[in-house]
Design a protein around this ligand. Structure first.
Ligand code: JHZ
Length: 396
């Protein structure tokens, strides 16, 4: 049974960067109401009205996982670890994006699945890539009784797929007897701790906790046996899952994580109603910071045209009145306009000039990397604004 706890208002698709802000284009923009709920039976937190994935994962998908140094390093590290620990012969990635993870493996081992054609075209040059959505039909096309995967890896993808039943059934079919499924996604505990409500948008259909993952996979003859906290995307969790019959023991680490989640009361509805109150407080505080700075005639921009910031700008109604433009290193975001608020996106080379007084950290999850990169901006008195864990101007 699902109970709603958060209403983030009328939202566009977070990846629908617009090619122009002409009236014709704007009149066709799609909006929906972003409501988040908690399932009191299996503890799953989800968006109540998921969008059809065909409208989201198009042939011109904007996000490139290789865009940041932090992510390249993180995927290289886990790839090496999995290779060394499990010595896999067949590794499949579901949602391979631009190849940031599979690039760390030899060509022979890899099977890549990626529904967005522009991304699949990148990895096709080196790896066997299926330009498809992950489902039973595809699993049966790739695997058979004599060919199964030793490792199935999926980062920031399973939380994006509304149909968990088909997803896990197809995984269970594809996995070898001793095979493991490794999933990474932003963790619910980090969202609750950091008040990072911007992790909710159309693509993040689910924000998982370990207790919810354990409950879900159990229904598909799978078993969660280990989990690790990782610091990517502002606090994520890596889950290790095997077949019910496989001999992997439940780790101490996983038991500790279960304990922590219970202590945080991630299994209680009241935790989410309290969170929802804090979200409204956060919104008011952030809007007040923008209002005050604007009344002092400061120039504010936003740093990183993230999907997350689409939730913030549309929920808080922070638009061109406050933000002159957004900078982003991704070539296919530059020259476009943000979803819903239609703020222009330009390159950091063009945008980070002497006239900027404040930059909102849309990509707050890369705070360390960005603050290091933008030393000059800070040195000349520029300051970053963040809303995580509470809205404030970062002093230095
Ligand atoms: P980033 C995306 O969310 C979408 P977003 C997706 N749904 C998901 O789950 C997560 O990623 C994992 C730019 N940037 O990764 C690059 C700079 O401009 O936080 C990116 O466009 N300068 C798949 O969009 C954006 O910021 C920089 O120095 O919320 C970061 O996007 C750096 C470091 C990044 O996720």
């Amino acid at each position: 049974m699902r109970k709603n706890f958060l209403n983030l208002g009328r939202q566009p698709l977070a990846n629908s960067f617009l090619p122009s802000d002409s009236r014709k284009i704007l009149s066709k923009e799609f909006f929906y109401n972003l409501i988040v709920s908690f399932n009191v039976k299996n503890y799953l937190v989800s968006v109540t009205n998921p969008v059809n994935p065909k409208f989201q994962y198009t042939d011109n998908y904007a996000h490139r996982a290789s865009e940041s140094f932090t992510m390249r390093a993180a995927f290289s590290k886990i790839a090496k670890k999995l290779n060394k620990r499990y010595l896999p012969r067949v590794v499949m990635e579901i949602g391979s994006n631009d190849g940031v993870f599979i690039n760390n493996f030899s060509k022979q081992k890899i099977i890549a699945v990626e529904p967005c054609k522009n991304l699949a075209d990148i990895t096709k040059k080196k790896f066997k890539t299926y330009n498809n959505f992950w489902n039973i039909k595809l699993a049966k096309k790739i695997f058979s009784d004599s060919k199964k995967a030793d490792i199935i890896f999926s980062a920031n993808t399973i939380s994006h797929i509304p149909d968990l039943k088909e997803t896990f059934e197809a995984i269970e079919y594809s996995l070898s007897k001793k095979g493991i499924l490794v999933i990474e996604d932003p963790s619910l505990s980090s969202v609750i701790k950091n008040n990072s409500y911007d992790q909710f948008y159309d693509e993040h259909v689910y924000l998982f906790s370990a207790i919810a993952i354990a409950n879900i996979v159990r229904t598909f003859n799978l078993r969660l046996f280990n989990a690790e906290k990782i610091d990517t995307h502002g606090g994520s969790m890596r889950y290790y899952i095997c077949k019910d019959s496989a001999k992997f023991r439940v780790t101490k680490k996983l038991n500790l994580i279960f304990k922590e989640e219970k202590k945080m009361k991630l299994d209680k509805f009241s935790t989410y109603t309290e969170f929802s109150k804090r979200v409204v407080q956060s919104k008011n505080k952030l809007v007040n910071i923008f209002k005050k700075l604007k009344s002092e005639n400061k120039k504010i921009i936003s740093y990183g045209a993230t999907y997350k910031s689409s939730t913030i700008f549309n929920f808080c109604k922070i638009g061109k009145k406050y933000i002159d433009y957004v900078t982003d290193t991704t070539l296919n975001k530059q020259g476009k306009f943000t979803p819903g608020q239609h703020i222009p996106i330009i390159s950091p080379e063009k945008g980070m000039d002497e006239s900027v007084n404040f930059a909102f950290l849309g990509a707050w999850n890369f705070k360390k990397e960005i603050l290091k990169k933008e030393k000059e901006f800070i040195k000349r008195g520029g300051r970053f604004i963040t809303h995580v864990p509470t809205p404030r101007i970062i002093s230095k």
